[in-house]
Design a protein around this ligand. Structure first.
Ligand code: GSH
Length: 205
């Protein structure tokens, strides 16, 4: 059984989508980051970085409980544990990891900052310009790659799941998906997956 500590954000939804895709039983523990649940000592014992998501696998390696945070690490762990969305071939697997790292190091932080500065009441034009420009550059990279392949690493993978939830926030960083037709086609295809729809609805609070 997986215990999932999450909230309704792109990083949290990555993990619920994955758990739905691999059909692994899980229990959801909502951590309301708006109310500061992530700062409570009982949660800090699970994730010292006071952010969601985290998991506890009650039947981890060696049959012992295993606690993990960082959404990218969690996706890799669940993929490796089940062998699902995790190519056995080294080249293919590292292509998946490459695009996952691209998401973790670029897409997530840059889209997140762009969203933050667009939302901020006291506008900081330099910051909006900086993060919007970088977000647009990243959409350009994704669009060019997705012109050549159906999914980021060829077949549907954890890299697509990780990137999907952030592209799902495109309105927050004022990007029109119509301007990136290959990203839009990819996004619309993934949106139709029943597991993605179920995972996007977590946590139900
Ligand atoms: N790199 C981390 C980022 C996690 C993260 O930024 N989580 C946000 C929600 S998407 C959070 O918990 N924020 C609460 C806070 O910063 O206090 C991951 O991918 O797991």
């Amino acid at each position: 059984m997986i215990k999932l500590y999450t909230w309704g954000t792109p990083n949290g939804k990555k993990v619920s989508i994955m758990l739905e895709e691999i059909e692994m039983p899980y229990e959801v523990f909502p951590i309301n980051i708006g109310k500061g649940d992530q700062l409570k000592p009982e949660y800090l014992a699970i994730n010292p970085n006071n952010k969601i998501p985290s998991i506890i696998d009650t039947e981890g390696p060696g049959g012992k409980s295993f606690t993990l945070f960082e959404s990218g690490a969690i996706l890799m762990y669940l993929a490796e544990k089940t062998g699902k969305l995790w190519p056995a071939d080294t080249r293919r697997r590292y292509t998946v990891i490459q695009w996952l790292m691209f998401q973790m190091g670029g897409v997530g932080p840059m889209f997140g900052q762009a969203n933050y500065f667009y939302r901020l009441e006291e506008k900081v034009p330099y910051a909006i310009e900086r993060f919007r420009k970088e977000a647009l550059r990243l959409y350009g990279v994704l669009d060019k790659e997705l012109r050549q392949r159906e999914y980021l690493a060829g077949e549907y993978s954890i890299a697509d799941i990780a990137t999907y939830t952030w592209v799902g926030r495109h309105e927050g960083h004022h990007v029109k998906l119509e301007e990136f037709p290959n990203v839009k086609r990819w996004f619309d295809t993934i949106s139709q997956r029943p597991a993605v729809q179920r995972g996007m609805a977590i946590p139900k609070v």
